[in-house]
Design a binder for this molecule. Sequence first.
Ligand code: GLN
Length: 463
Amino acid sequence: MKSPIPDYLHVVLENARPIEDGKPASYIDTLARADTSRLAVALATVDGKLYSAGDDQVEFSIQSISKAFVYAIAIEDAGLEKVLEKIGVEPSGDAFNQLSLERGTHRPMNPMINAGAITAHSLVISPTATAEERTDRILKIFSRLAGRQLHVDEEVYEAELKDADRNMGIGYMLKAAGILTCDPREAVKGYIRQCSINVNVRDLAMMAATLSNAGVHPITGESIIPQWSVRQVLSVMTTCGMYDAAGDWVSNIGIPAKSGVAGGIIGALPGQVGIAAFSPRLDDRGNSVRAVAMCQQLSRDMGLHMMDVSQIASSTVRTAVATIVAGQSDPHNANCNREVVIFSLRGAVRFAGAERLTRAVARELGVPDPQDPGSGAYIDACAVVFSFRDVFSLNQVSQRIIREDIYRLIADGKNVIVIDPSGVLKSDPERQGPHPCIVKTEAEARDQIGGVGCQAVFKADNW
Ligand code: GLN
């Protein structure tokens, strides 16, 4: 079978092609002369499959998309506390190149507008590093994220530096406010250089997919950005990534995103995909008109809006009750003919799933509650089985909750068996005392409870 996804990307591309609105950024000479017919889209999954369509090899400067990644590098180099001291996280509602500072703190409002991005750039390596050293580090990390060696477009760099009065103005404003401690010209030069790194949509989709994949590169497996820092970056992209169009973007498209004045946009949907789109004509907020349209279609058609409530946690727990019946062979133990409660969990379990499980366990095996008829029905069950056969993952919180359930059941004198063929439940090395019995199959679980070769007769449902 031929995958329908590349064909679908072509449809997305051709739907955007007739849009003639907007114009390329005019304040940078080279961008003003961009070929406005260029159009490309790409999508990279968190397991490293890359799809693209259109002018997917055409390079353009990354511009403001760099801000998201340099924010991550600043956090790594200076620490989050220092970064937050210097750069806020509030959407400004202003244009990207606004000369503005937050009232009271005198910090730039956020790292996605130029004032915040120039500050973030100045925090890369150290305040005494040169523009050259900083961009060198940034270029190396961007290349690892893209999965190939990237380069600065010297022509774009020179063109932007030539007319950098506004950004220089921002630099001096930051210096005067005590936010920049280095030479403002050096910070602005380095910032402009970071904006002039050339990429194509395939590079950008991979960079975005690395954010979607908790900072781990989907193909190389290299951990490039720590997970907690990715959370910070994606949060700020969500609220501030599209400048003064942020609210519009979040409600319409609902993917953490960042745009650049060369016409690129990235979107990073946590745990799923990274997307990138490119076309040079911009709307009056500085976002590519066709790229916005393509992202919008992708989000709608593929259900990528992060606020779509598509996975309801309640579907993750199944409860069954069985009686263990002695098999043909010995040995058997006293549990035969007594009841066993089986809790099967499925999917990617997080807090809500673990809470559902805990509630079910407490209801079936707790002290009967007169307000809740049927509760405590299996308080005398001889064993409790947790089946994680259909669980893809248990996040840290759900691990903690489920381990606590298990320890409490053991403390109540229950025999606890965990069916966990792929080892999703990690043990807690700190914990003393008896541990549950962990097996790989249902048959092993039955053998453990009733004795070798036991059968399970169900009241309802299947094991
Ligand atoms: N280099 C550009 C600037 O600072 C980047 C702006 C952008 O992409 N929005 O003006």
